[in-house]
Design a protein around this ligand. Structure first.
Ligand SMILES: [Zn+2]
Length: 60
């Protein structure tokens, strides 16, 4: 039997998801699969908050 090698070290195991706090709504949110590639750059819990942050804090 050949088992497919699931060598995906980047994928956190369930129950061990990293979390961040959204600076806009100040709520904690956790890792999602869609952020798998750029989790380090994710700052807001949602697109809405991301846009809201641009509204409130004018970009330089
Ligand atoms: Zn938010």
């Amino acid at each position: 039997m050949s088992k497919p090698s699931n060598a995906e070290p980047r994928r956190p195991s369930k129950g061990d998801l990293p979390t961040k706090t959204c600076p806009v709504c100040e709520r904690p949110f956790s890792w999602r699969e869609k952020w798998e590639r750029d989790w380090e750059q994710v700052r807001y819990c949602s697109e809405a908050c991301r846009r809201a942050s641009k509204r409130t804090a004018p970009a330089e």
